[in-house]
Design a protein around this ligand. Structure first.
Ligand code: MTE
Length: 360
């Protein structure tokens, strides 16, 4: 019998990535684990939890190796609700401007919210004693990614300030169950408010460094480069490394291409501020951005967690464009057009989200 999940996957033929349904389901603040998006750059590694250990070294006073039992026994449990968003979310909209070779055409579904638990990164760093020369914390996964003819563990880093902020988790559980293999069993990092790529799965090693990670996924991918180099059209190594996700807002319902009756319409969606911050305004337009109404937050909105919202607009017959835009508590707003945020690998599309409808 065909696996019902994989048969509904929109682009999962490599077995690595799941863009399953419009995600999230309006009203479900926490994404069910089997609907949680996945993004992996290599096959899921098979890890024996009994022999697994987390190496912590680099600029620390007491380098160490922690077994799963030690992590659970020596550190207190931390719980964090956090929205994980892939930097590739909403990339597909950029395809109207031209191809993005080798990049997955994610829609808005590459974001999900989980109830994570595990141990605090800050507690582990305090246990090993961070040197005063430290500036960044690198995470290295146990998967084996092939890039530029070499094989290595997926990795990346965050700055020490975020690492010690208290919200970064070495998670063992998602939604009160042990992590599934595809979400990083037995231990993964969860960095609330940052691009998903820094939330390294199948964590094997933490290195405290003076400077950012030199891993491929820090130096050659997940960087914003706005100009194509004609000699190397997909090279973004000269760009700016991604860290916090920008303010963003998405319409979940009605759906693109839907045909609806003229009159009052309820519009549903989610939004989140830069770095997972809260929102000052969410506005919806039923006429392509000429007039706006305020949306009402209905759930969520805590630090690192998306806000669900609802708005009512009145639509006249004809082809119509619904639009949403948000401004966060730091005063950061979204660009109106795709042109303003296009970049070579199509990361962090936070242009106003537009949904075209036919209104009868
Ligand atoms: N960690 C490892 N080891 N390997 C990976 O390929 N993918 C990253 C990140 N952590 C990845 C990884 C990316 S790009 C994203 S968006 C998130 O994991 C996705 O996490 P999820 O699959 O649990 O949703």
């Amino acid at each position: 019998m065909a696996d019902s999940l994989s048969s509904r996957r929109s682009y999962g033929s490599d077995g690595l990535n799941k863009g399953v349904w419009p995600n999230p389901v309006p009203g479900q603040l926490i994404t069910a684990s089997d609907r949680f998006f996945t993004r992996s750059h290599a096959p899921v590694p098979v890890i024996d939890p009994d022999t697994w250990g987390l190496e912590v070294d680099g600029l620390v006073e007491r380098p160490g190796r922690f077994s799963l039992t030690q992590l659970g026994r020596d550190f207190s449990e931390h719980r964090v609700v956090a929205t994980l968003g892939c930097a590739g979310m909403r990339r597909a909209e950029f395809l109207d401007m031209g191809p993005l070779p080798g990049e997955l055409p994610w829609g808005p579904d590459a974001a999900s919210t989980g109830r994570w638990s595990g141990v605090g990164l800050r507690d582990v760093l305090e246990a090993v004693g961070v040197s005063s020369r430290a500036g960044h914390v690198e995470f290295i996964g146990l998967d084996q990614v092939l890039r530029l003819e070499s094989t290595f563990g997926f990795g990346g880093s965050i700055d020490l300030k975020k690492a010690l902020a208290g919200d970064v988790l070495l998670a063992t559980h998602l939604n009160d169950e042990p992590l599934s293999p595809e979400h990083g069993f037995p231990v993964r990092v969860v960095v609330p408010g940052w691009i998903g790529a820094r939330s390294v799965k199948w964590l094997g090693r933490i290195v405290v460094r003076p400077d950012p990670s030199e891993n491929y996924f820090q130096t050659k991918a997940y960087r914003i480069e706005r100009t194509i180099n004609p000699e190397a059209p997909t090279d973004v190594s000269g760009g700016v490394p991604l860290a916090e996700l920008p303010v963003n807002a998405v319409i979940l319902d009605p759906k693109p291409g839907q045909s609806i009756q003229a009159g009052p319409v309820v519009v549903l969606g989610w939004a989140i501020g830069q770095g997972g911050s809260g929102l000052a305004a969410i506005e919806v337009s039923g006429d392509g951005g000429a007039r706006w109404v305020g949306a009402r937050p209905t759930a969520g909105g805590e630090a690192g967690v998306w806000t669900f919202w609802e708005a009512r607009v009145t639509l006249a017959g004809g082809p119509r464009e619904l639009v949403v835009r948000a401004t966060d508590v730091g005063g950061r707003s979204q660009p109106a057009t795709l042109q303003e945020c296009w970049n070579v690998k199509g990361y962090c599309n936070n242009a106003w989200h537009r949904v075209r409808l036919t209104v009868k």
